[in-house]
Design a protein around this ligand. Structure first.
Ligand SMILES: Cc1cc2nc3c(=O)[nH]c(=O)nc-3n(C[C@H](O)[C@H](O)[C@H](O)COP(=O)(O)OP(=O)(O)OC[C@H]3O[C@@H](n4cnc5c(N)ncnc54)[C@H](O)[C@@H]3O)c2cc1C
Length: 487
């Protein structure tokens, strides 16, 4: 039986990101992935939001994505919301299809030498006090200290662990397909009594990509070309002579979230922990950020520098983030309903969102830039993302995100050089003396007072803020990075 510290079920975006994070921290991790290659049939996520790009920038891999996507200055919540005035280097959405996102992530994970056991599934597991026995479809068994289910919305890991998945059944379904046509379609969006439909060109321009709201909620059956043809005729009066489908699929507005993200040695992340409709393009982004929240914590627990209780902060921090996405997508589905009263409501929401303050609030939520982990009262930076400031150090200019490339925490001293002594944590936490001249501005919040020091976690969130004193620093170091090493 092969042993690994962590086994990840599922090598989609969430599983790949988590594997990369664990490998960076020096943890022995393996992925088990059902698909025989990273190829993805059908189109799913269409892009990366600002906070996800920041997170990738923190690891030094954002350019790999930026060089292949297209930047758009708006996020969507009912109407397009401009985010180009947000204080971040990445004040845009990067348009890039999920198959490309996965390919680039898989390339990174490969460089980090993570084994991916492809073409087989996790079929079951049993956990005990010291680890988890994982059964694979090829008869192999793996032993792991922890098993993480990144195995998508129908997660076998979640079901086998007996974790509840409460939420809301679908009210609408959509067909999505890429097909060839023999007549010129009516490109663009169409609104009718059924809802919104869209016809666009495929990536290579040779086929039609259709998203069609169905007249009845359908979920169980696999959709066929005939279903697409009928849905087209219902909306456009013709099916444009569709033939030769590249793929056909269906999605719904089913909205559910795991009641717990952890059951002892088994954890859930990404779609395994939360599903919601694609409005606003948030699912993949939240999954990748789940992984970045969990990776360093799990690494520290595996290496025994932190107690197991650190893993409870994963659910505490990430469950509310996805819960909010569940709510905002339910709202977006409701406000798209085609009846006149809902349209009237939509007009009012549009009016509100054209005002600066509401636009900023909602846009910061959709782009993930306003995530705030509840780390107690204090400076507004506490529990929020650390901005990527241009620092000046004794060795020259330095961006904050560069300090996070190896996923190690950093205590940034912006006051008197040499003012801190963190010797008991020196093996775990980088101490950097630096200067920063300029304002501190947070998305949707605005300017905040300049701190004299900040403790930044590997995921880029601020764990402690100094204001000329060091009160609370030792506690924060212990809470997040484990007890002090003996002298
Ligand atoms: C039409 C549509 C549009 C979308 N648009 C967007 C968007 O614009 N932006 C956005 O952020 N998100 C979007 N999403 C959501 C996004 O696609 C998902 O949130 C994302 O794929 C979740 O990633 P994941 O890695 O958690 O799960 P998945 O991508 O589902 O990956 C799970 C992986 O686990 C594997 N697997 C499953 N079971 C097992 C098993 N037992 N053993 C081993 N392997 C297993 C699967 O093969 C798969 O590779 C969209 C989704 C749809 C359907």
């Amino acid at each position: 039986m092969n042993e690994h510290a962590v086994v990840i079920a599922g090598g989609g975006p969430t599983g790949l990101m988590l594997a990369g994070e664990l490998a960076l921290a020096g943890v022995d991790v393996a992925i088990v992935e059902r698909r025989t290659s990273q190829d993805l049939v059908g189109s799913r996520a269409g892009g990366l939001h600002a906070r996800t790009i920041e997170v990738l920038d923190q690891r030094g891999i954002a350019d790999r994505f930026l060089s292949q996507g297209q930047r758009h200055r708006v996020v969507h919540f009912h109407i397009p919301l401009d985010i180009s005035d947000f204080p971040t280097r990445h004040n845009y959405v990067l348009g890039l299809w999920q198959n490309h996102i996965e390919r680039i992530l898989a390339g990174w994970v490969d460089e980090l030498s993570v084994p991916i056991l492809r073409g087989r599934e996790v079929t079951g597991f049993a956990q005990d006090d010291t680890g988890v026995d994982v059964e694979l479809s090829d008869g192999q068994r793996l032993r792991a200290k922890y098993l993480v289910g990144c195995d998508g919305g129908r997660s076998l890991i979640r079901k086998t662990a007996g974790i509840e998945f409460p939420g809301w059944d679908p009210t609408t379904s959509w067909l999505i397909a890429e097909v060839e046509v023999s007549e010129e379609p009516a490109w663009g969006f169409r609104n009718d009594a059924l809802g919104i439909h869209a016809l666009g060109k495929s990536e290579d321009g040779r086929r039609m990509r259709a998203v069609l709201t169905e007249s009845q909620v359908r979920r169980a059956s696999e959709p066929t070309l005939r279903d697409v043809s009928e849905a087209l005729i219902a909306v456009y009066g013709t099916d444009y002579g569709i033939h030769s489908p590249a793929w056909i699929s269906r999605f719904t507005d089913m909205t559910r979230q795991a009641a717990a993200y952890r059951d002892r040695r088994v954890l859930l992340a990404g779609d395994a922990a939360h599903v919601h409709p694609p409005m606003g393009g948030q699912g993949l982004n939240i999954g990748v950020q789940d992984a970045v929240n969990l990776g360093w914590k799990l690494a520290q627990v595996v290496k025994r520098t932190s107690p197991e209780s650190l893993l409870d902060t994963y659910h505490a921090e990430r469950h509310p983030v996805a819960a909010r996405a569940l709510r905002n997508t339910m709202a977006q589905v409701a406000i798209r309903r085609p009846d006149d009263r809902t349209k009237a409501l939509g007009d009012y929401v549009s009016t509100l969102l054209s005002m600066d303050e509401p636009r900023k609030r909602l846009a910061a939520e959709m782009s993930g830039l306003d995530v705030h982990y509840d780390l107690g009262k204090g400076h507004p930076l506490l529990g929020r993302r650390m901005p990527d400031l241009d620092l000046v150090t004794a060795n020259g200019p330095l961006r904050v995100f560069t300090l996070l490339h190896h996923a190690r925490p950093v205590l940034l001293n912006l006051g008197e050089p040499g003012g801190f002594d963190i010797t008991p944590w020196a093996e775990r936490v980088q101490l950097i003396d630096a200067q920063y001249v300029g304002t501190w501005e947070l998305p949707a919040i605005g300017a905040v007072t300049a701190p004299t020091a900040v403790l930044v976690r590997p995921d880029g969130y601020v764990a402690w803020v100094g204001d000329l004193t060091q009160v609370g620093l030792a506690d924060a170091l212990t809470t997040w990075f484990g007890p002090p090493a003996a002298a």
